[in-house]
Write a protein that binds this ligand. Structure first.
Ligand SMILES: C[C@H](CCC[C@@H](C)[C@H]1CC[C@H]2[C@@H]3[C@H](O)C[C@@H]4C[C@H](O)CC[C@]4(C)[C@H]3C[C@H](O)[C@]12C)C(=O)SCCNC(=O)CCNC(=O)[C@H](O)C(C)(C)COP(=O)(O)OP(=O)(O)OC[C@H]1O[C@@H](n2cnc3c(N)ncnc32)[C@H](O)[C@@H]1OP(=O)(O)O
Length: 391
């Protein structure tokens, strides 16, 4: 089946979580993604194998020492032949290598040069280290997350790393590829997690005057303030999620809980929300999660079980949709989204690549002779690794 990014060649410089995720999205949708890994010769520091290893679906790996001039020469030759270079380093690292956009785009004017950082390519923080929680904080969004009377709480590293970071960067790359079909030219993408996360939170900003956020953190409709937009513990120690905002859905919630609307305060009486939460909590605590699922399942009450990752893979709706896929190592992960009707993603089910596993074949594909490859290997500019045989 033909995939939408078929024929697009990407060089992804190995980074932590967002860069690898962005590369994986492109690979899932058909791009040929080559991850450029660092050598293990001790000359360079290693910043987090896990992130790289865990988000490598459908990629191949080449180990290349960019701290060596010969490595930079190899990289320039590769960049002449690819569509996208994706770099996740702090501002200035690529320029120090002599691999900045001016140089690479002079070599290849069609090159899309995607830079995925925390703070962006300019500004006083551009060279400072950080992680998801820091970018989330600087975007303003973290101040809004968390329960009342508790310190702000970052929801895993989902928002900045992946929402504001990798997804935004992937969007930038796809937009630039589209634009290139008209102009024939590449461009530089300054994707960064502070601005990506801020953009992701546009609803929060644009609804500031709507009264949705007028209460302190944890006291508003959508931040765990409202009893009808909350999570509740069930009698078997599991949880249910409630999101019954509209009056018709709220009425179904109250009905399912076995309560009587006429005996309760009005849904939107904020001063009664705390009391109502206690009432809902007491009610949910009287039945098991399965019992509540039986009551609310298939209704419009907007009540769903809170599933563990494993339970999510076994959920009937998710099974019907094929929401999760299994690779040849029997590892389960989410199917790429969204689903395109004619050209859906066809994610690789092969095991993830070893670092340096494809060094030789990649260099050959890009026109390096066997002699050149041998020399680079002898000089330890590249590394070649092979999977251990089971024999
Ligand atoms: C919350 C998330 C991050 C979660 C990651 C965790 C899951 C992992 C973090 C640490 C991992 C553990 C650790 O690595 C030890 C074990 C390793 C083992 O293999 C696995 C188990 C481990 C316990 C491992 C487990 C997990 O993987 C970890 C716990 C995030 O928020 S991710 C978002 C981070 N921010 C950004 O990406 C923004 C942009 N980037 C940056 O700001 C910086 O890159 C960053 C992230 C601050 C790192 O700064 P650093 O100084 O380390 O690097 P840079 O200044 O960017 O420079 C890159 C250096 O690398 C050299 N280099 C790059 N490529 C090559 C090459 N091909 N050849 C040679 N050299 C290369 C480059 O020259 C730079 O070196 P210098 O600094 O010496 O000039």
């Amino acid at each position: 089946m033909s995939m939408i990014l078929r024929g697009v060649r990407v060089l992804e410089l190995a980074g932590l979580a967002p860069g690898p995720h962005c590369g994986m999205i492109l690979a899932d949708f058909g791009a040929h993604v080559i991850r450029v890994d660092r050598p293990s010769n001790g000359g360079t520091k290693w910043i987090g194998g896990g992130g790289v290893k865990w988000l490598a679906r459908g990629k191949r790996s080449l180990i290349l020492d960019l701290k060596r001039p010969e490595g930079v020469t190899v990289m320039r030759k590769l960049c002449r032949q690819v569509d996208v270079v994706l770099e996740p380093y702090r501002q200035g690292v690529m320029e120090e290598f002599g691999l900045g956009p001016e140089i690479l785009q002079k070599d290849n004017p069609r090159l899309i040069y995607a830079r995925l950082t925390g703070f962006g390519q300019s500004g006083r923080l551009s060279k400072v280290a950080g992680h998801d929680i820091n970018y989330l904080a600087l975007s303003g969004v973290l101040s809004k997350l968390g329960r009342s009377n508790e310190t702000p709480y970052a929801p895993l590293n989902l928002l900045a790393d992946f929402g504001g970071g990798s997804l935004t960067c992937a969007l930038g790359i796809v937009l630039a590829l589209y634009e290139r079909t008209q102009s024939g030219k590449g461009q530089v993408i300054d994707a960064n997690m502070v601005e990506g996360t801020a953009y992701l939170s546009s609803f929060l900003w644009k609804s500031q005057n709507a009264g949705l956020w007028s209460q302190p953190r944890g006291k508003n409709l959508l931040d765990s303030g409202a009893p009808f937009y909350e999570t509740y513990r069930t009698s078997d120690g599991k949880f249910m999620a409630v999101g019954a905002i509209e009056p018709q859905f709220y009425a179904l919630l109250i009905n399912g809980l076995g309560l009587n609307c006429a005996e309760l305060p009005h849904q939107w009486s904020i001063s009664d929300w705390e009391e109502m939460k206690k009432k809902f909590a007491d009610t949910f605590a009287k039945k098991t999660q399965a019992e509540w699922c039986k009551i609310f399942g298939g209704t419009d009450a907007c009540v769903t079980p809170i599933l563990s990752l494993e339970e999510a893979t076994l959920n009937e709706h998710n099974l019907e949709r094929g929401t999760f896929i299994t690779d040849e190592d029997h590892k389960v992960s989410p199917r790429p989204a969204p689903l395109l009707s004619r050209t859906p993603a066809v994610p690789s089910t092969k095991r993830d690549p070893l670092e340096g596993e494809h060094t030789i074949e990649i260099l050959q594909e890009f026109g390096f002779s066997q002699e050149e490859i041998n020399q680079l290997n002898l000089a330890k500019v590249i590394e070649i690794r092979k999977p251990k045989s089971n024999l």
